[in-house]
Design a protein around this ligand. Sequence first.
Ligand SMILES: Nc1ncnc2c1ncn2[C@@H]1O[C@H](COP(=O)(O)OP(=O)(O)OP(=O)(O)O)[C@@H](O)[C@H]1O
Length: 261
Amino acid sequence: MAEAAVPADIQCSGVSRLFDGSILAVDGIDLTFAAGRTTALLGPSGCGKSTLLRLIAGLEDPTAGQVLIAGQPPQALCKQGGLSVAFQDPCLLPWLTVTRNVALGLRLARQAPDPQAVDQMINLVGLGGFQNARPAALSGGMRQRAAIARALVTRPRVLLLDEPFGALDALTRRQLAHDLPPLWQRQQATTLLVTHSVDEAVMLADRIVVLSPRPARVMADLDVTLPRSRDPESAAFRRLSAEVLALLIRGGEQAQALAAQ
Ligand SMILES: Nc1ncnc2c1ncn2[C@@H]1O[C@H](COP(=O)(O)OP(=O)(O)OP(=O)(O)O)[C@@H](O)[C@H]1O
């Protein structure tokens, strides 16, 4: 199995999304995500993070502005099987084994069957020995490992992750956040990670974009220059975490002050 796909940059120009004529979820986002980098999107609950990710995935259309991936609309990359999405809910088909659930990723991306790649990916995510298990026989963390395997087996150029570890207990979350990111970093997919966890963002991302309370606007955009193999106990890590947390809190306070006017 080839390790890396050809990366693709993502360009959001003036992207807005209005729901039901009055709920502005995303407002005029101008962001470029460089090919092959991992960006964490952070923001308060309900601010529009998932909407922005869905717009980039081509699952929603913007009401203004446009999203281009490698110069094309997202739907073009989807049709070529170059874009994978993983959500908080692993969305496995309960009647299929792990192997067939992961192989489904290739089918949905219109790629040729590749049993060897499927088996290799299952082993890489740490599910070796569970190829014939059905989702009901797996723990929550194992199901999420299978979902990530399904997303990565296609070697996507763009990987969109919406709180992939969000529904897991703290220990499992930590374990998966340790085990799985090296796999997508090795594939060099352009990765966007929506998360509520400041520490997860600082641990995994090359860049952190902090969004304002709804409607989502870019409030801060930081490069994470800490070397890889980051130590969450180090002074530099703690300093950056505190800085990002302060930005989030400040954004929430500003929104409250505006609402009270
Ligand atoms: N299909 C829809 N129809 C109407 N409103 C919607 C729709 N999808 C999202 N919204 C609204 O848009 C806003 C942003 O929602 P979104 O799910 O993008 O936020 P989020 O930041 O991902 O939230 P959370 O962190 O809690 O998952 C919310 O007010 C939500 O109710």
